[in-house]
Design a protein around this ligand. Structure first.
Ligand SMILES: CC(C)(COP(=O)(O)OP(=O)(O)OC[C@H]1O[C@@H](n2cnc3c(N)ncnc32)[C@H](O)[C@@H]1OP(=O)(O)O)[C@@H](O)C(=O)NCCC(=O)NCCS
Length: 217
């Protein structure tokens, strides 16, 4: 299956998902890549990683851009150069995540956004004490603990992608307010370098994955 789905997160924010079930060759034949991207692709070790990278380019083409419009700053943060394209667009921000067979991009016409896509795996519970307040998992079944810890990991990754500052620690600097899986949304805070910032987030289940989108409050 190629294009999987899109989610309208708000009137100005949309997420798109590609399920990379084509062969690597099929994907490669369908995207237009600049030389630096071909070089990057060649340097990737796993087929899954290569497909994830090409799936992102398929989504970029799906929304009317090409790999030539997707640029990265020195930290690896992606940006869409909207001047280069003939597509009339108001897109200001893009955030990217890939996990196993899924690629996702999320675009916004106003606020900055950060996204994370993560496969739900029970082993997240083993590392949970290293990145979150595990009291937020109390009184839940193992299945729900696993999903909630995956959401919280995704929230922290998404906020990191928004702020993109060296030194941010997930357990020490990013905290989430209480929420339930049924809420499908919540709030989180970054306390870093004497600055306090708040973020809202929404999360979705996509097959066996959790997708989180965060934005500043
Ligand atoms: C950069 C980072 C956020 C990527 O996340 P990931 O879960 O490994 O991978 P994802 O698939 O979700 O995201 C990868 C995409 O993030 C984007 N990205 C990379 N660096 C970024 C940055 N500095 N800021 C914003 N976005 C970034 C890129 O688009 C990348 O995909 P692409 O290069 O193929 O286009 C992550 O590696 C990282 O450094 N996290 C913070 C470090 C940390 O504190 N970790 C654990 C502490 S307990």
């Amino acid at each position: 299956m190629p294009f999987h789905s899109s989610i309208s997160i708000s009137p100005t924010i949309t997420a798109y998902f590609w399920k990379n079930s084509e062969t690597l060759e099929d994907l490669f034949d369908q995207v237009l890549l600049k030389d630096s991207s071909i070089k990057r692709l060649e340097g990737m070790q796993s087929i899954e990683h290569k497909k994830g990278f090409l799936g992102v380019r398929m989504l970029v083409q799906h929304i009317g851009f090409t790999d030539f419009d997707l640029v990265y700053d020195a930290t690896g943060k992606p940006h869409l150069e909207t001047n280069n394209t003939i597509t009339s667009t108001k897109i200001k921000h893009i955030s990217i995540s890939h996990s196993h067979e899924f690629s996702s991009i999320c675009v916004s016409t106003d606020e900055i956004i950060g996204v994370d896509l993560e496969k739900v795996k029970e082993k997240v519970l083993r590392i949970a004490p290293r990145f979150m307040d595990v009291t937020h998992l109390e009184d839940l079944s193992i299945e729900k603990q696993t999903k909630k810890a995956t959401v919280i990991w995704g929230v922290k990754e998404a906020i990191f992608k928004i702020k993109n500052e060296v030194g941010i620690s997930f357990p020490d600097h990013i905290s989430e307010d209480s929420f339930t899986l049924e809420d499908k949304s919540g709030s989180a805070h970054l306390h870093f370098n004497s600055i306090h910032e708040s973020f809202s987030f929404q999360f979705y289940e996509i097959e066996s994955f959790i997708f989180v989108c965060a934005k500043p409050k």
